[in-house]
Design a protein around this ligand. Sequence first.
Ligand code: AGP
Length: 373
Amino acid sequence: SAAEKGGWDSFMDKEIHEDPAAVQRTLLGRFDDSGAIELDEVRIDEHDFKAIDKIIVVACGTASYAGQVAKYAIEHWVRIPVEIELAHEFRYRDPILNARTLVVAISQSGETMDTLMALRHAREQGSKVLAICNTQGATIPRESDAVLYTHAGPEVAVASTKAFVAQITAAYLLGLYLAQVKGTMFRDEIRQQVDSLKDMPRKIQWVLDTQTAAVEQAAERMANAQSFLFLGRHVGYPVALEGALKLKEIAYTFTEGFAAGELKHGPIALVDAGEPVVFIVPPERGRSVLHTKVISGIEEVKARGATIIAVAEEGDKDVQRYADVVFWRPACPTLMSPLVDVVPLQLFAMNMAKIKGYDVDKPRNLAKSVTVE
Ligand code: AGP
């Protein structure tokens, strides 16, 4: 009903606007005044936690992209390998697991059969399983050794939005907690990251407040496009995959997401005059090599006549020069950028679907939670 949608046109619209609150609520109560991480609910004892030497994330769809984002942060912070495995592939390839492997099962619904079967397999092999889940008491957290709930609130639209930003937030908290337990970061560094995370709800809100009109115009302009390419590097890569998935799911547009570095290894052959290509452009400061490389990718496809849509940091001059459309992000550290960058992509997919007259909350052929293998 209209009341349930809180005045929004659709649940998806409502839920995208809850992105800031989803991050904020997921952070709530999970660090103390000094910025030290407190995850009381994670009942894996410190000794076992210290011994963890590998993480394998098992998940499907959007949840797997959240895991893929977290890999960049956790490997950097904790200095242990993080593998991301689609849950349905994991179980059938005889994965290498032992008691020092932490398997992280990410699931909004907590009922995804593929993910559940993967975690059962991991536990049989003697690994600890930690669930990152948005649904209290669901099967996946019940069958896990520990659970870190995302507090995005109930998600109704089939296309996952606020759960994604909450999953990244929770996985980052887990990474910082591991870094704290294992002593791979100084307390100050952990506090700095916590402070950056705390800034993100405000930054996401800024995107919602200032970029929505640009996104709507872009959707109007691109509504008839037959296909899209989404490209990103580093954390921008899984964001590109997620933006592409949203557009496929609800606007039924052929869309592929690629790592921007792969362009010249194949995908650039797809680029023709007028082809819309979405680039996730990393912040200019910090890891600026990444920025330079993504800009050169933009130049290459621009030279072939593509229409460039960029998600980029406010004031980025290179982007201003080449892009046909820009969705701006406020300045933030690279590792935090996925939390804001996905927002215009969620809005873009929703607007495309609306313009085409599709039901944004209940796309054809899809179920909210896939409870069969
Ligand atoms: C996201 O928009 C999808 N509908 C889908 O990929 C989803 O993320 C996936 O099925 C996993 O669901 P879960 O998080 O409930 O396990």
